[in-house]
Design a protein. Structure first.
Lengths: 270, 248
């Protein structure tokens, strides 16, 4: 019997028990009148997912959360690279202010940053006679990209510093300049090591997009709150469970994939 | 030896890490085509001497001349470039670039640093791989090679820069006895071809057979320097005698 009671087997058993409990719970609940509530959820599902009742065109909902996360991640990646290079700089005039900024952003509550952006960024900016508007979506993108970018810069910095110092020595002895060493030797190796961290951050960012409801964009939470006004109190529970599951279904595979990559990357050292 | 003819001329160099003085006034000259071995206990500054010669470590005082380069006066990596072209280095931990194949490892620096023609460099690289007897491993990544094979690729990489001098820093220390032989065989060939070599090593037998001169360092000083026969059979310094008594 000992061979059966390994850690992996126990883990699988527990997971199976939890899944069974959830399914039983849902079935029992459905017989007690829950199926009626699930039908209400099903009717509103297109609205929750896309922001329009018929499912097309996409004007908000969960799809907007995904778009927001992608846009924020793009900005955060650019910001993270710049911040990482700045914190790695040999010049103290560049390194110290960027370290301060990075630590400040990393230690700010995301919700507070979002609110701050809401009030700091003007409604529109006039440059050379052009008026550039800043809709709430853009403010949400910037508000979420700031802390994500700061965290990403730490991921990048960690990956760069994890490259063995012998690589620097070897490259220097071959006559490479510092810029060339980054370009040809360090960054190609560090890049592979930062991908898992980048994906983990993306999953976190996606979860955090729910906070963006405070900027007033038509994201899944805003839409839910408007439509719930017409629903019974009991139905609300079912709607929230659905939303939680949507986020889980989107983020969990990313986290699993990132973890698998992380394990794969650990092995390829030198 | 006539000092002005020497290829490497080190005069009274000192180097400290914090309060610990690693080199306490080292002077040494190496002539063209000479193979000099440096032996000594750990922490006696052997590797530091090599790193100072190609400018990987700045020195605190003294002077180093390599060919026409006054190493102690070079300040930027860019200014070091001609020096690094002339002096190649092979490391204990190989330090191959793991994201590139063996052939690419050899070709990278001549193309990216020296700006040589790609086709000409590839031809050179394949010849060097043949020389270290690894032609069939051209497309293998360092992770797929054994320690001895990686070290021979590292030697080929150093040779691809067409240096006048190669510095070997305990290149066999991380290898098992079986693969040590293949690496030493390669180095012996280079010495016989007349390449100037400086080797930090613990292989006493090899030092005796290959080198023209052996230096013993202890506590940051070169205590004894003599041709191998004299050095091993008739050591003058008491500390060297003790050291040789322990390792031989």
């Amino acid at each position: 019997m000992d061979s059966v009671r390994t850690y992996e087997n126990k883990k699988r058993g527990v997971l199976l028990l939890i899944a069974l409990a959830v399914i039983t719970g849902i079935l029992v609940d459905a017989m007690a009148g829950g199926s009626e509530q699930w039908q209400r959820v099903a009717i509103r599902l297109p609205l929750i997912l896309t922001g329009s009742g018929s499912g097309w065109p996409i004007t908000g909902g969960f799809a907007l959360n995904i778009m927001l996360s992608i846009a924020s991640m793009a900005v955060a990646t650019a910001l993270g690279i710049v911040l990482a290079l700045a914190t790695l700089s040999r010049s103290a005039f560049v390194r110290i202010p960027s370290l301060a900024l990075m630590n400040f952003l990393r230690n700010s509550p995301w919700l507070v940053l979002l609110f701050a952006m809401l009030y700091i960024i003007p409604f529109e900016v006039h440059v050379f006679g052009l008026s550039v508007p800043f809709p709430p979506f853009v403010k949400a993108v910037i508000g979420l990209a700031l802390p994500t970018g700061a965290n990403l810069s730490e991921v990048i910095r960690g990956a760069v510093q994890s490259i063995h110092s012998g690589q620097w020595e070897a490259a220097r002895s071959l006559g490479y300049t510092t810029t060339q060493i980054y370009r040809y030797v360090i960054l190609p190796q560090a890049f592979r090591r930062m991908i898992p961290g980048w994906m983990n951050l993306y999953a976190l960012l996606m979860i955090a997009t729910a906070l963006a409801t405070v900027t007033g964009i038509q994201d899944v939470l805003t839409i839910l709150n408007t439509s719930l006004a017409m629903e019974s109190e009991r139905a609300i529970v079912y709607f929230y469970i659905t939303i939680l599951f949507l986020f889980f279904a989107y983020c969990y595979p990313i986290a699993v994939f990132a973890r698998r990559l992380e394990r794969a990357v650990k092995g390829d050292n030198l | 030896m006539n000092r002005s003819n020497a290829l490497i001329e080190i005069d009274d160099i000192r180097k400290s890490f914090g309060i610990f003085e690693v080199l306490k006034g080292i002077s040494l000259t190496v002539g063209k085509g000479e193979a000099v071995c440096i032996i000594g206990p750990s922490g006696s500054g052997k590797s530091t001497i090599l790193r100072c010669i190609n400018g990987l470590m700045p020195i605190d005082s003294g002077s180093i001349r390599v060919g026409d380069h006054r190493v102690h006066e070079l300040t930027s990596e860019k200014a070091m470039r001609p020096l690094r072209h002339q002096v190649a280095m092979v490391f204990q931990q190989y330090n191959l670039f793991p994201h590139r194949t063996a052939l690419e490892n050899i070709m990278m620096a001549p193309i990216q640093v020296l700006g040589h023609d790609k086709r000409e460099v590839e031809e050179r690289a394949r010849k060097l791989l043949k020389k270290v007897r690894l032609s069939e491993k051209a497309d293998s990544y360092p992770g797929q090679l054994s320690g001895g094979q990686q070290q021979r690729v590292a030697i080929a990489r150093a040779l691809a820069m067409q240096p006048d001098i190669i510095l070997f820093d305990e290149v066999t220390a991380a290898l098992d006895p079986e693969t040590v032989k293949e690496v030493l065989f390669t180095i012996r060939e280079l010495v016989e071809e007349g390449l100037t070599c400086m080797l930090v090593t613990h292989e006493m037998k090899f030092a005796r057979e290959v080198s023209h001169r052996v230096c013993f360092t202890d506590h940051g000083r070169i205590v004894e320097s003599a041709p191998p026969a004299e050095f091993f059979d008739n050591p003058q310094d008491a500390r060297l005698r003790e050291f040789l008594g322990q390792v031989l």
